[in-house]
Ligand binder design. Sequence first.
Ligand SMILES: *[C@@H]1O[C@H](CO)[C@@H](O)[C@H](O)[C@H]1NC(C)=O
Ligand SMILES: *[C@@H]1O[C@H](CO)[C@@H](O)[C@H](O)[C@H]1NC(C)=O
Ligand SMILES: *[C@@H]1O[C@H](CO)[C@@H](O)[C@H](O)[C@H]1NC(C)=O
Ligand SMILES: *[C@@H]1O[C@H](CO)[C@@H](O)[C@H](O)[C@H]1NC(C)=O
Length: 211
Amino acid sequence: MHAATKLSIFMCLIATSFAEHHRSCDSPNMTGILMVSDLRQSNTVGAYTYDSVANKLRFTSFSTDTFNSSLNLDVLFFFDEGIFYEIDGKNQSCEKKSLQSSIHAMEIPSNAEFLSNMTIGSTTIEGEGIKISMWKGTVPGTKAQYMMGSSMGCLPLSFTCISETILIFSNTGIEMEIKDPDRLVVPSFCEAEVVEDTPEGKVNSFFSLFH
Ligand SMILES: *[C@@H]1O[C@H](CO)[C@@H](O)[C@H](O)[C@H]1NC(C)=O
Ligand SMILES: *[C@@H]1O[C@H](CO)[C@@H](O)[C@H](O)[C@H]1NC(C)=O
Ligand SMILES: *[C@@H]1O[C@H](CO)[C@@H](O)[C@H](O)[C@H]1NC(C)=O
Ligand SMILES: *[C@@H]1O[C@H](CO)[C@@H](O)[C@H](O)[C@H]1NC(C)=O
C-alpha cells in the first residue's frame, strides 16, 4: 500500500500542466484488486469486477493479515442507469440509491483533459519503467479535482480525487476479463428494493462511498 500511495503522489507532483486535446480510450473488462486510501485513518482494499461495456462495477472490501479494510463495503454500481446497491450479504439485505455523479476510477472520465505521457522508473533499463498517460478534470456537481494515470493499453492504474479530503485509488492485479459474471447481477434479495430518497445537498458518487 505504501508503495502505491507514494507512486500516486509522485505522479501527481510530476504531471505537468501544458494540457492538450487528446483522444481518450475505453477501459477493457477487468477483474482485480482496488486499494483505496485517504492518507489518514481510512484504508480499504477489495476485489472488483468491472464490465466496461455496460459500465457496471462490483466492489467488495476484505481484510487480510497485511491489510485490514477500515470500511466494510459491498457495492454494485450501474453507472449508466445512475443507481447503485449497497449489499449486506450476511443479512440478506440491501439498499438501492441514486447516483448523482457517474464518474469513477475504472474509466478515463469523458471530461478528462490529457496532460502528458511519462515514464515512471527508468526509460532506458529494460523492465524497470512503466509508461503512463496522465489525465485531470473535475467531478461534475462537486468541487473535487481528479488526476489519473492510465497505461498505454488504457488500463486505469491510479486515480487521485482531491476535495476537502484526498482519496487515492490504486488498481492492482488486473486481469482483462470478467471472471465471475454473477458478481454483476443484482442479488435476488435486492430485486424488490425501491430507490431511496437522496438527502438534500448530498451527492452520491463512487467516491463518496469511500469517505
Ligand atoms: C465485456 O463483458 C461483457 C459482459 O460479459 C461482454 O458482453 C463484452 O463482450 C465484453 N467485452 C469484451 C471486449 O470482452
Ligand atoms: C481488523 O480490524 C478489526 C477492528 O479493528 C479487528 O477486530 C480484526 O481482528 C482485524 N482483522 C485482522 C485480520 O487483522
Ligand atoms: C439486518 O437488517 C435489519 C433490517 O434491515 C436491520 O435492522 C439490522 O440492523 C441488520 N443487522 C445487521 C447485523 O446488520
Ligand atoms: C501518448 O501515448 C499514447 C499511447 O501510446 C499515444 O497515442 C499518444 O500519441 C501519446 N501522446 C503524446 C502527446 O505523446
